[in-house]
Design a protein around this ligand. Structure first.
Ligand code: SF4
Ligand code: SF4
Length: 268
């Protein structure tokens, strides 16, 4: 359990607690304003702000201050946590009014309008109200789950996003090349911008054969550099301190050599 589960989970992971999806949460004026800004085109301004603060986080002295600010304000704005494909599918079951939108990070960095950002709950209504979005596509839960599984096979990392904690609004399916929150976390230790998942990956050395003579698939797919191949014992090793628990490596392994376990039960 993470700090959000302790406050908002009622014994479950915070994003699996149905109470957090209730429409009444939109009566919170700050949240509503945030989501009205998010919908339509305004997220681009948020991302630009975020890029500016990220750039500040690189600087030697004020960097520490910038990181503190990002970590402090993120729960009151947008942030996310890595989740496994199993939990992503459960989020689809709990949430309603599913729509696909372009990923803002890809849109801003490479002009890519691919519909790989899953949104739900009040986002559809607010997007339609804003009249700014021309790209919204409605999708049913079955089709959405198929897409999620396809993206998982491609190695995209699922992250549940909140609009002011604890209100889940989307599942993003990201890559380090484009994802701003992932970069903020990976490059500048802004850990609230992109939180680790609840699980960690472990390898069964009896099953792993290092992918034979091929490049190990799991090493290639891990976006966090958490897996390395050891030629001497001919299998891979996972660094739990680098692993975010996305499960992409596990799903790519046809030897079923990798599993996800609860991070709290991991013996370092
Ligand atoms: S864990 Fe699986 S995918 Fe990774 S090297 Fe071993 S056999 Fe290959
Ligand atoms: S080791 Fe596996 S579960 Fe951990 S971050 Fe890398 S791909 Fe994800």
């Amino acid at each position: 359990m993470c700090e959000f589960c302790a406050k908002h989970g009622r014994g479950k992971k915070w994003f699996l607690n149905e109470d957090n999806y209730k429409k009444e949460l939109l009566e919170d004026k700050k949240r509503r304003k945030l989501l009205e800004d998010y919908t339509g085109h305004s997220m681009e301004y948020y991302l630009r702000d975020s890029i500016e603060i990220t750039n500040l986080a690189k600087k030697p002295v004020i960097g520490n201050l910038a990181r503190k600010i990002i970590n402090k304000v993120t729960p009151r704005q947008y942030g996310g946590q890595v989740i496994s494909i199993e939990d992503a599918l459960k989020v689809v079951d709990i949430s309603e009014e599913h729509v696909l939108l372009p990923c803002y990070c890809r849109k801003l960095t490479k002009g890519d309008e691919n519909l790989c950002c899953i949104n739900f709950g009040s986002i559809k209504e607010l997007e339609l109200e804003s009249k700014a979005s021309k790209s919204l596509v409605e999708i049913d839960a079955y089709e959405l789950k198929q897409r999620l599984k396809e993206w998982d096979k491609k190695g995209l990392v699922h992250q549940v996003i909140y609009g002011k904690i604890p209100y889940p609004i989307s599942i993003c399916n990201c890559e380090r090349t484009y994802c701003f929150p992932m970069k903020q976390r990976a490059l500048h230790t802004c850990d609230k911008a992109f939180m680790r998942g609840h699980e960690v990956a472990v390898v069964d050395p009896k099953r792993c054969d290092g992918c034979g003579k091929n490049i190990p698939r799991c090493v290639h797919l891990c976006q966090f550099g958490a897996i390395h191949y050891n030629r001497q014992d001919n299998h891979v090793h996972i660094d739990p301190n680098k692993c975010f628990g996305c499960g992409v490596c596990r799903d790519a392994c046809d030897k079923k050599a990798i599993s996800l376990i609860n991070r709290k039960t991991y013996r370092y």
